[in-house]
Ligand binder design. Sequence first.
Ligand code: ZN
Length: 325
Amino acid sequence: MRDTDLLQLALGLVPPWMVKATNFDAEARRLDIEIDFTKGGRFPCPHCAKTDCPVHDTAMQTWRHLDFFQHQAFLHARTPRITCPDCGVKQIAVPWARPGSGFTLLFEALAMTLMTAMPVAAAARLMGEHDTRMWRVLHHWVEQARERADYSEVRRVAIDETAAKRGHDYMSLFVDIDKRSVLFATEGRGAETIAKFADDLEAHNGHASNIKQVCIDMSAAFIKGVTDNLPEAEITFDKFHAVKLVNDAVDKVRRAESKGRPELKRTRYLWLKNEPSLSARGRRQLAALTTLHLKTARAYQIRLAFQEIRAGSANLNNALSGFSA
Ligand SMILES: [Zn+2]
């Protein structure tokens, strides 16, 4: 078997495509594979699938392929335009790459696998590529997947904001609670982001009125956005923000009461921390304070009850997801 035959098999090339020549340069750490089609080779029309169309002209192209061991590998081929009797001159697509890409499909598949597991810059370093080219690959396949995405079953959505860079450039993320997948992301964190989400939902076979439940933080902008754009949605606040609300309420009671009860001064964290994380001294102080008839102690009991309900519902959810899994 000649080395060109081996590569032809490994690349999965079928006639009229074949490996014409190879050049291996150990010093430059690269393998160049020249692909060509047999003389007089004919191709189907990419438009109407008419077979055996003759070649009109060709243009040289290069694609980076999967590394050959520690060496970078490149495919080179003249890609033809054919003349179809019905459609005229048409560019044909090569079987190893998508139109417009400088990479083979296999290279892109490996790149996508890496980029789902690590930051793009890290994947680019591993593959010895510029991250701008890697981003282009990522955008293409994500866009394609999103074009096909079907949101007709989406009913429950969680929305959260996150800073893309420290302290700047907010992003809003929309997640399907039932499928645990990201539906949509957009810049900003105002009510208008929810209008954009509603548009995107409609563009993917979904409906704003399908959304029955939305989980958000307590920002007025999100509440307004949901009320205006997702008319059927019942709003629930996510647990981190709910906990904060309850804690703030306990402290408000304490501060008001401490005006007449100086022993409550500087006890803020006693009421807000969980008991096991208090020091021995803190625990003794808390135990002493809870024996007094204080409004703060009553508020504290409500906070504990709230915490228990939350823990109970989390356990229940875990038990239920165990059944459905
Ligand atoms: Zn045609």
